[in-house]
Ligand binder design. Structure first.
Ligand code: ATP
Ligand code: MG
Length: 336
């Protein structure tokens, strides 16, 4: 049998996971976990970038993210759950690759640029600026073939490919260029109408939300701001309420009917939202039940993390030997 190809992808432990993670990333991970050897990284080094002053949040979020993964059906018997800082080779490879990476690659990165613009000045650290570099190292450490992510991550994968070409040219061709797989919904909007649902923006519906929390979040969602009453014709395009209907309501006919009536001013926002809350709750119910189970069985969560991290360590050791040898920094005296 052919050796399975490898996936590396990850999430920052900066909060519990939300619907955007599901449709942008987790759904693809689930689809691929049988056919690929997968490494799912809890990127705690990367979280430090703008959360160095709130380690308690990172500590709690490492647990939340692992439970979210188990609750959606990622299976630690098939895939590896990895804590980034428990494999310090991530830091070593980040540092070594930074020597072949021109500053311009970071300066031009559009995702990094907009994230830095939104950060308070005291959070604009060297570490944060360098996080796409660490992501390149994360991907190359297990020598991944494919990176399934949301659309905002595309520039980082492109940068990985550039760094691979440069490293291989200067030293030895030990890396191959990874591909990218963007999820079903490349960038789910926030409940506030913002262009991305993000843990750090508080515009989220978390996978762990109760029925009540979902109802409240949906009923107060941003919708067409120009529509004052139910008889006004409304806009469907770019309206997050309809984007979520498309993503989470299985009754496609009903969704199309809502859209038609909304455009004609023949349905109220409340009716459309109530139905959306039902659809999201139906979607989240089985995830919630599994979550309850893992909350009650914390050793299963810990075991999943330790086993995956152990496997990642072995491959990291292998890769770093290759890297140090390619760079000829493994043994100076034997080369005299
Ligand atoms: P933070 O605000 O702390 O950066 P985040 O919500 O952006 O958190 P990340 O950990 O940065 O989450 O992203 C993890 C993965 O989920 C990435 O592949 C990212 O592209 C994807 N993702 C995050 N938010 C969305 C979204 N709203 N739509 C689609 N994919 C998303
Ligand atoms: Mg992010």
């Amino acid at each position: 049998m052919d050796k399975k190809k490898r996936i590396l992808t990850g999430i920052r432990p900066t909060g519990a996971l939300h619907l955007g993670h599901y449709v942008g990333a987790l759904e693809t991970w689930l689809e691929f976990q049988d056919s690929y050897e997968s490494f799912f990284l809890i990127a705690d080094y990367q979280a430090l970038g703008d959360n160095f002053d709130d380690i308690d949040k990172i500590t709690d979020s490492v647990r939340q993210v692992a439970i979210d993964w188990l609750s959606v059906g990622l299976d630690p018997n098939k895939s590896n759950f990895v804590i980034q800082s428990y494999v310090p080779e991530h830091a070593e490879l980040t540092m070594l690759l930074s020597f072949v990476t021109p500053l311009g690659m970071l300066e031009r990165n559009p995702t990094l640029k907009s994230e830095i613009d939104q950060l308070a000045v005291e959070k604009r650290t060297v570490g944060f600026f360098n996080y796409p570099m660490s992501q390149v190292a994360d991907i190359l450490l297990p020598r991944a073939d494919l990176v399934p992510v949301g659309e905002d991550q595309a520039p980082h994968i492109e940068m990985t490919r550039e760094v691979v070409r440069k490293f291989n040219r200067i030293f030895e061709p030990i890396f191959s260029e990874p591909g990218i797989k963007i999820g079903r919904v490349p960038r789910l909007k926030g409940t506030d109408g913002g262009n991305k649902m993000s843990k750090s923006k508080g515009n989220v519906i978390e996978l762990r939300f109760s029925e009540d929390q979902v109802n409240k979040a949906v009923m107060s969602m941003y919708t067409d701001p120009n529509r004052l009453k139910a008889t006004d014709p409304g806009t469907v395009e770019g309206n997050p309420v309809f984007e979520y209907h498309d993503a989470f309501n299985d009754d496609k006919e009903k969704v199309e009917d809502f859209k038609t009536r909304y455009r004609e001013g023949k349905v109220g926002d409340v009716e459309v939202k109530k139905d959306l809350a039902i659809a999201i709750n139906n979607f989240l119910r089985p995830i919630r039940e599994k979550r309850d189970y893992y909350e009650k069985n914390p050793t299963l969560v810990e075991e999943a993390l330790m086993a995956g991290t152990d496997n990642a360590r072995k491959i990291a050791d292998e890769t770093m030997r290759m890297v140090r040898s390619a760079m000829k920094i493994d043994s100076y005296t034997s080369r005299w």
